[in-house]
Design a protein around this ligand. Structure first.
Ligand code: FES
Ligand SMILES: [Fe+2]
Length: 342
């Protein structure tokens, strides 16, 4: 399976977790998750060690989970604290627990070797909380597509002209060369489209009267978090690459959770430096992103279906694929390193 185990993955937005037992599937593993009475989110293996009933089908007893079949009860660390009808608890009566960390209203789970979990390695950026920026959680999109296909779409500025003509792209960018820094961490691919009419997003939110300089930077953090930094500035400003904060700048952040080999959840949010504290603008941006990401979903699910069918030859790669290429190589290297370490 093409999964990196030693990594933090998003299990959900903070609001998704309450008292109820919730099944969450990450890297083809089923977890049961809930928020305990102290407000801490717990993640346990969703399988009773007795007859394997998912614990998510049981019920909460205080901060513990009582299995719905014979009532064996497990605490938030996965330890069995009760076997009905007997006093002794067998040593094998436990479920695995997973490290959980909550930050910026996002719940992350560590899926690898417990001793390697370090919350300092969780993706972060100052604009989540910096003054002058507005962070807004958008939606969660289920894609019937392998996460590698979804992630490589997020280090791929070239598709935007063709897939998102009404929101994020236009024909003006079709032949603009994609730059990429494949040595960088995160991997980055980008391009500037100079002196062109604003695309749909910036017609609506930029207040521009004439042509703009527009940028698109796609940062891909392994294994599966993408930050798309895009924006526009009036041509007369002659904006330098390092001065993007002076334009209308939006970060679209995608947290990809690989569910299994052919399914991915993309939880996306945006952070912007314009119309801050304006909920109506946040919602309208959500609507435009919904349109754009539905366009990606259509493509990514269709190519997954083709990928599942027999092929006579491998897919080809061209010059603007440098970002996706290095991404896949790095993922393969990480997986190989994990395998050789075990
Ligand atoms: S299956 Fe859980 S207690 Fe029997
Ligand atoms: Fe896209």
């Amino acid at each position: 399976m093409k999964f990196v185990q030693n990594a933090w993955y998003v299990a959900g937005w903070a609001l998704e977790f309450g008292d109820d037992l919730r099944r969450v599937t990450i890297l083809a593993e089923h977890l049961v998750m809930y928020r305990d009475s102290h407000g801490t989110v717990v993640a346990l293996e969703d399988r009773c060690p007795h007859r394997l009933l998912p614990l998510s089908m049981g019920r909460r007893v205080g901060d513990d989970i009582q299995c719905g079949y014979h009532g064996m009860t497990f605490d938030g660390t996965g330890k069995c604290v009760r076997v009905p009808g007997q006093d002794t608890i067998p040593p094998q009566a436990y479920v695995e627990s997973y490290p959980v960390h909550e930050r910026h209203d996002i719940v992350w789970v560590w899926m690898g070797a417990r001793e390697l979990a370090n919350a300092d390695n969780i993706f972060d950026m100052p604009e989540f909380t910096a003054p002058g920026w507005d962070a807004h959680q958008g939606g969660q999109l289920h894609l019937g597509s392998h996460y590698l296909n979804v992630a490589e779409n997020l280090v791929d500025p070239a598709h935007v002209s063709f897939v998102h003509p009404t929101t994020l792209g236009s024909a003006a960018s079709e032949d603009v060369v994609v730059e990429a820094d494949t040595k960088a961490d995160p991997i980055v691919a980008w391009r500037w489209i100079r002196d062109a009419p604003p695309v749909g997003f910036f017609q609506e939110f930029g207040g521009f009267n004439g042509n703009v300089d527009r940028w698109h930077y796609y940062y891909l953090h392994l294994p599966s978090t993408a930050v798309i930094d895009f924006g526009s500035a009036a041509v007369e400003e002659r904006l330098a690459e390092c001065d993007r904060d002076k334009g209308v700048r939006i970060f679209a952040i995608h947290f990809l959770t690989p569910v299994d080999e052919t399914n991915t959840i993309d939880r996306w949010m945006h952070i912007r430096n314009t119309a801050t504290n304006d909920d109506a603008v946040s919602r309208r941006m959500d609507d435009l992103f919904d349109i754009a990401f539905a366009e990606d979903k259509l493509i990514l699910e269709a190519i997954q279906e083709e990928e599942n069918r027999p092929a006579k030859r491998p897919p080809i790669r061209v010059s603007f694929d440098r970002g996706p290429n290095v991404y896949r190589k790095r993922i393969e290297r990480l997986i190989a390193a994990e395998r050789s370490a075990t």
